[in-house]
Design a protein around this ligand. Structure first.
Ligand code: NAI
Ligand code: MG
Length: 495
């Protein structure tokens, strides 16, 4: 990967003056790239550039903004293979996933927002009072400061940038310090397609340095963040100091509920795919399978067998099903959580360890199925963000839905049943931003993604995201021309 610059500010590619950072290929531990972080000075320059660009960009017609986004879409499509390779080199995700999920999903999202830029929703202008014409304006907010995570670096950057700029805002975004490459390539694409300078600005560096410099700035109008609940709440505290608007997409701990009438083979396939996607580093991944006791043994033996057939290998090999975790730090975090679960009495029916042999030099961890864990235990309650599924039995529908809701999180969930009433009841009662029926993971640009409870608030994707990235103004114009308006009686009485 040969990038010469590590930031993009006011339409110019440059470098920071902060501490040196390394990007590691977690399948080998080798350094892929080094860069110097952006500190307060370059972050301030990026925010200034975004402020300077705001009046013209927010004043452009929707069609003009749409044209800029379509040009970006075309450029990204042409860069698809390069983006997939870079994504794989910095995250360790299998190239098949990068090619078939990360990159096309991101490119489609850009196309969606190019169209949606011309479709701001709102109420009809009308004479609601009888004496006034009321109309609604949906206005851009200003400079958005965004921080994105390392699990789907390109896709998360797109989810943050596109709705913000489609709605007329300008943005300063910091990707995760371990995965800056594809976001910088996105900046190159913005530059090559003639996106006006300062509309999209990218800075890089560690959260406490570069991230906090963005979030603490009094000149940003809104913060949007995707990452851990702990950091999200810390950021909410910083945003509160300036009263900055917030959009938080935090952790998840998705339940996967298998009722006694479920198609068990479909549930087994679904559970393995949905718990192992992106090596489990997915905030909507299936993490807790609640299975009716009558089907429990068949479910866990099917899942264990299918997990054991998953091919771990080098991420660049198109035959690889599962690569390493994003970093050795993340692998060690996952391993420690599984170890603590086993110490507390749970069992790993398959996996539960890092593989040896050729893969021992990478941040690999085997697909892991945990049974005999307590509902209240850490492995069932907390985000693991690794290829680990815990399975627990239940006896009644009520119990299953109570257990599904029994964590602090509420991002996603799925219900597996062939009974339409059960499916509807589960969809109604589970507190989560997405509930799938007989599937788990698919997302689509037209539909919103976002959490409830400790998983945060605010929607990504879909036109719902315009509710986050615009502010509503009511304009109420008198129609009577009268000096003494009807309602003045409340002040002057009948005089
Ligand atoms: P993190 O929440 O620290 O990282 C996400 C982003 O926040 C990165 O860009 C990071 O640089 C930034 N950040 C960190 N500290 C910051 C600060 N003080 N101010 C501003 N920005 C800051 O996540 P981390 O530590 O890399 O992973 C830990 C756990 O977080 C994972 O094991 C997983 O459970 C969870 N996570 C959840 C994600 C999700 O999409 N829900 C994504 C990434 C991590
Ligand atoms: Mg990395």
């Amino acid at each position: 990967m040969s990038l010469e610059t590590s930031n993009y500010i006011g339409g110019t590619h440059g470098t920071g003056t902060g501490p040196e950072q390394t990007v590691i290929d977690p399948s080998t531990g080798q350094t892929v790239w080094t860069y110097t972080a952006d500190d307060e000075s370059t972050v301030a320059a990026a925010i200034s550039a975004a402020r300077a660009a705001f009046p013209e960009w927010s004043g452009a017609t929707p069609a003009e903004r749409s044209a800029a986004l379509y040009a970006l879409h075309t450029e990204l499509e042409a860069m698809a293979e390069d983006l997939a390779q870079a994504e794989t080199s910095q995250t360790g995700k299998p190239i098949r996933l990068a090619r078939e999920f990360d990159v096309p999903g991101s490119v489609d999202n850009v196309a969606f927002f190019a169209g949606a830029a011309r479709h701001l929703p709102g109420h009809a202008t009308a004479e609601y009072s009888g004496d006034h014409t009321s109309s609604i304006r949906r206005e851009a907010i200003g400079v958005v400061g965004s921080i994105s995570p390392w699990n789907y670096p390109l896709q998360m950057a797109v989810w943050k940038i596109l709705p913000a700029i489609a709605a007329g805002n300008t943005i300063v975004l910091k990707p995760a310090e371990v995965t800056p490459l594809t976001t910088l390539m996105l900046a190159q694409a913005c530059d090559r397609t003639g996106m006006p300078a300062g509309v999209v600005n990218i800075v890089n560096g560690p959260g406490p340095l570069t991230g906090e410099a963005i979030v603490s700035s009094p000149h940003i109008a809104m913060t949007s963040f995707t990452g851990s609940t702990t950091v999200g709440r810390h950021i909410a505290g910083l945003a509160a100091v300036n009263g900055t608007r917030l959009h938080l997409e935090l952790g998840g701990k998705a339940p996967f509920v298998v009722f006694d009438d479920a198609d068990l083979d479909a549930a087994i396939h679904g559970a393995v795919a949905a718990s192992l996607i992106n090596t489990g580093q997915d905030c909507t991944a299936a993490t807790r399978a609640y299975v009716h006791r009558s089907r429990f043994d068949d479910f866990v033996s099917g899942v264990a067998e299918l997990m054991a057939s998953v091919r771990l290998g080098v991420p660049t090999d198109p035959d690889t099903d599962q690569g390493p975790l994003v970093s050795f730090r993340q692998r060690d975090k996952v391993a420690a959580m599984v170890e603590r679960a086993v110490q507390a009495g749970a069992r790993a029916l398959t996996g539960g360890r890092a593989p040896g042999g050729d893969l021992a030099t990478g941040a690999y961890y085997e697909p892991t199925l945990i049974v005999d864990a307590e509902q209240k235990s850490e492995i069932v309650q907390d985000e693991v963000f690794g290829p680990v599924l815990a399975a627990l039995p239940f006896d009644s529908d009520d119990e299953a839905l109570e257990l599904a809701n029994d964590t602090p999180f509420g991002l996603a969930a799925s219900a597996w049943t062939t009974n339409v009433f059960r499916a509807q009841e589960a969809a109604r009662r589970i507190s989560a931003g997405t509930v799938w029926i007989n599937d788990h993971i698919p997302i689509i640009s037209e539909m919103p993604h976002g959490g409830m409870k400790a998983s945060g608030y605010g929607k990504d994707m879909s036109t719902y995201s315009f509710e986050e990235y615009t502010q509503v103004k009511h304009v109420m114009a008198d129609l009577t021309g009268a000096t003494a308006k009807e309602w003045h009686r409340t002040i002057f009485g009948l005089r």
